[in-house]
Structure formats: structure tokens, C-alpha cells
Design a protein around this ligand. Sequence first.
Ligand code: TXE
Length: 485
Amino acid sequence: MEKIQNYINGELVAPIDGQYIDNYEPATGKVYSRIPESNHQDLQQAVNACKQAQKEWANLASEQRSILLMKLADAIENASEELAKAEAIDNGKPIALARAVDSYRSAANIRFFANAATQFSSEAHDMGAVGVNYTLRQPIGIVGCISPWNLPLYLFTWKIAPALASGNVVIAKPSEITPMTAYIFSRLCIEAGIPKGVINILHGSGQSIGSPLVEHPDVKAISFTGGSATGRAIASKIAPMLKKYSLELGGKNPALIFEDSCNTEQDFDKTVSEVARLAFSNQGQICLCGSRLYIERKLYPRFKVALVKSINALKIGDPLNEETQHGALVSQAHFNKVYSYIELAEQEGGTIIAGGNKVKLSGRCEQGYFLQPTIIEGLTIDCRVNQEEIFGPVCTIQPFDSDEEVLGYANGTEYGLAASVWSSNVSRCHQMSSQLEFGIVWINSWLLRDLRTPFGGVKSSGVGREGGLEAMRFFTEAKNVCIKY
Ligand code: TXE
């Protein structure tokens, strides 16, 4: 059985205490590898490595950092197929999706911030004859990056890349549920010649290594993506320590679908297909997925039938099968959580109009965590199924009659990450966008991404923004220098 190793000071090493935890393959329900259950001793080794590497990395010319990050992006690209297969095995997502989204975006993240390293600048404030101010944006030092299991390497590199590009050294902790691509990434860092101690990767649970990382006094900033409850727990620990932190948390995202988004047959088919994608991509395990679908009443009956037909046609299967469109949920615990909401929906008065059942596959996947993509109608906005993040292939659907009514529904939960508005009425789209309480609004699109844009949510969906300059500024401290002539 493969034993994953930590990556500390440029080397792949076992956990000091020799503790390991099981890593399950979602498609089979079986343990297929073991990962370090690291603790504060492993953390201290990583902190020491950071301290050795920090000064040289921060003082390296940005062009040199950029060149090394470009080599890392190339190494990821060259390992794309290996990474896609590892992600499909570890997370349960279809390999075609892992290739097109996870592998592709992991390389793109590193490449984007390799470029940002040489483009990052700051500003000066001229006081005329009196003097001048200039702003230094200097690296924070040792930073912690903690990522979740839904887009493992994609979200892992999304944090590490700007941290490195802006001159910091990193201790990164992937989810213990999907550690494999972070382990392969360690090898790629060695191949790319990333100087030892610049990136350190520690595996293990939130309690055993996540918490100590967050609280270590020499770790000066934390970038976290995960559940809102965990985000709150982390913030409560580090706010008194006055550390910088960025939290990208859960979502309960609405899609607002107006009749005028379907003026032609072609528009209708496209909107149905895009809404099916936003609700069920990655088995609904993306914080940006839409889980509440609001459809203008005139369009509702026709749209509902077409959406159900589209969802029922999704090919549920072995994540390693190229034809699979809907894979396994990431763990038994998560599967049980998601299924419990399907049962709750019926208790709350909902009607299941698509899916709702566990799926028993044959062969190697017989014990896997497979669940039908599920659509539920007839629930009210204030029921738990419409208020709580399910984070699986489950969405609710309901009609609305006016812009004001649907805006109230959309803004009617504690979350505020990503909304989508589907309409050909430009002024309505702008009006809605300015009133939607979300960090991201897509108009007639979903998951159309420009890495320069601010990324993150409001309310219980998080604090701070990632992406582009927002990320480079998060990982640096601004210092104003004022010179009097
Ligand atoms: O996330 P956790 P999980 C939501 C989704 C899911 C829920 C929990 O609803 O059901 O969050 O998912 C580490 N100090 N999202 O359990 O617990 C942990 O080891 C420091 C939305 O995966 O938040 C892992 O590496 N670290 C989300 C990471 O935090 C701690 C994507 C995330 O774990 C820690 C995934 C602690 N006290 C789930 N406790 C999104 N926004 O995309 C845990 N960790």
C-alpha cells in the first residue's frame, strides 16, 4: 500500500511520529493509500526550513522567481495525465473533468502568477515641492495555505502561486481526504528546481496539523478554503493573534432564469444545458455550483421538463471511464450528509422530480459512493434544504413572478458567494447584479473565469478576495515611505 510522504526542506520525508491515516478511493469505498498524520513536530521542521529559505527567496529578482514558477507550470502540464488520473481516483470525479478542469487550471494558476511576479507594482504619492511618498509591497514571510477536497490541486496551487510569486515561503496543507495530487506536486517542485524550504507540504487532519499550522506564531498569514464552520473556527483562533487571513468558504448559490433568456430554441437549449452544468458539475461539489434554481413562471413548466430530461441522461459511472459524466461523492461521510438532505427535503414538503436514489454500480465500483443527480421542487425559501449548504448533486427548483420576488429569494440565505442571472435584458441584469448580495455574479454564463478578477464571497461565504492583484496584495504588507525634500 502506497505511503504518501511530507515534503519538507526539499525532501520527501515520513512523519516524525510515524502516524498514518487511511486514504479511501470514493469509487470503490476501499483504502488505497495511507497518508501522514503530521503534527506540531513535523510543522516545526517545516517552519525551520522556511526560515532557512525565506531571505534568499524574498530577495530573488522577480524575474528569477517567475522563471522557476514557469518551470513548475511546465512540470504540471507535462504530468497532466498522471494528475488527472490521480485526481479522479482520489476525489471520485470523472477523469475527463479532472483533465479539462483540475489539471489544466493547476498549471494555469502557477503560470498566471509567474507572470504576475514580474508585473506586480505599487504606487507613489507626490507632495509637490514638499516631498514624495512611495509604497513598498513586501512579502509577509512564512504563510500557511490550507485547501479542501473538491478541487484538490486546483485550489492548492491557487493559493501557493501568489504566495510564492510575491516572495513568501509556504507551508501548505491539502485535505486529508484528497492528498494524492499534492504529493505528486511535491515531486514536480523538486523536478522544477524550486529551492528547498520555499514550499513545504504537510499531510494530515485539520486537528492534527491544520490547527497547529494556523496557530504557529511564526506563520504570519493564513489562506483557507473550506467549510464556513471551519472558517469560523480558524478565524476565532487567529484573529486575537492579529494575523492576516483570507477565508473562501461555503455557498448556497442561486440561478435566476428569466423567460427572455430563452427567446429562441437555440437559446433555450443552451440555457438548459448551462444550468444543468452549474448545478451538477463535479457532482455538485464546487463552492460555485448553483443549488437553488429560480425560473420565471411563464418558462417554468417547459424548463423543468427539459432540465429533468437533461439530468436523467447524465452517465453515472466509474470515474476512470472516459464516458462518465457523473462520478462518486468524495467520502462515505459526505455521501451520508448529502443523502440526509434528500430525505429531509421530503420531510419538509418537497417533491423529488429527478434522481433521489443511491446508485449501485457493478464490478470494482460496487461499494462506491454514487448518488443520482437530484432535483427537488415545492420547498419554501426558509426550509433547511434551501438554507443550508449541501455541497452535492442536489438542487431545488421553483417558479417566480417578479424581479423583486426572486431577488428576495436569492438574497435570502446566510451565504453570498456566486449568483447567476439568465436574461437578454441588459438593464435588468445590471439592476439585479447591483442588488445581489454576492461576491461573484455571472450573467448568461457560469464559471467563466478570468484569473485577474477578484474572487470570493460575502456573509458566511468568506472574508477577503483571491485572484489577480487581490491575491498579490493579500500576501504582501504595504509600507509607505515618505521623503521630505
Ligand atoms: O471542509 P473543512 P470539508 C464545505 C462543504 C463541506 C464542508 C466541510 O459544505 O461539506 O465545507 O467540508 C482543514 N484548522 N466545503 O470537511 O473541514 C482540513 O483538513 C485548520 C466548501 O472538506 O473545512 C482541510 O484541509 N485546518 C469548500 C480543509 O481545512 C482545518 C470546499 C477544509 O476542511 C481545521 C470544501 C482547523 N480547525 C468543502 N479543520 C469551498 N468553499 O469550496 C479542518 N481543516
